[in-house]
Design a protein. Sequence first.
Length: 304
Amino acid sequence: MTTQNILAAGVIGLGSMGLGMAQSMVKRGIKVSGFDINSAAVAKFVEAGGSSAASVVEVAKNAHVLLVVVVNAAQTDMVLFGENGAAVAMKKGSVIISSATMAPDDARRLAAKAEALGLLYLDAPISGGAAKAALGQLTVMASGTPEAFTRARPALDAIAATVHELGDAAGIGASFKMVNQLLAGVHIAAACEAVTFAKKLGLDLPTVYKVITASAGNSWMFENRVPRILDGDYAPRSAVEIFTKDLGIVSDMGRREKFPLQIAATALQMFLMTAAAGMERDDDASVARMIAEMTGLELPKASA
């Protein structure tokens, strides 16, 4: 299937991830319309060659593929199936690509709602961050019927470097994403703890970064987040509140499964403490600031 097989695609949610995904499809020659309540995000999308829509219904009515890139399951449910929701405006046989991080049970519930309307549904959470979204190089952890994959393929090829086809039912992709989020949250918390511990020991933090990134203790999150701490830059690329949500989902899943998740639980508490300290909407590397405030340490400040 080529991009010519998609007459139109729509994107609901033009945040840091959705905007990049929409732009990547435009670059591949797909006609894309988008909707977001943030007018500045819409303006950026239009500047990149997309078409703005006045509502989610307007985005959906001509979309053969509809990407929903909002915050959570509740928002996904609202924009698709709430009052004046997008799903009822879609043509039967069109496919929804749902990319919000959510519990597997929520993914299965939303897929059932879509299928009842004659729509295809791809449970397709994403990883890679805003930079890779803008380059069309995301990792997609997807599950759904073979027909859903076939219909969605041109859009997936435009937004992703890697598409993992993980099963034929919704919920599997969501489960993989929650394992990823468990590790991501734990690694961020550990990186922040390590950097502040190094500061307590009187070590030069740029040297710590240089040594650890060349050593066995390195992680992708250490390598990615610690430069923000060294620069004193906590503008939100990925906010603390994302991990209070996602590790909260992980905790709920563990409780339902009667499965102990002690390390994830500790990381969740660290993010909750950071949020309680007023940094909920700041970058998730702010966990280091929370630890520093508790222990009387002074981390680098942003350049004036």
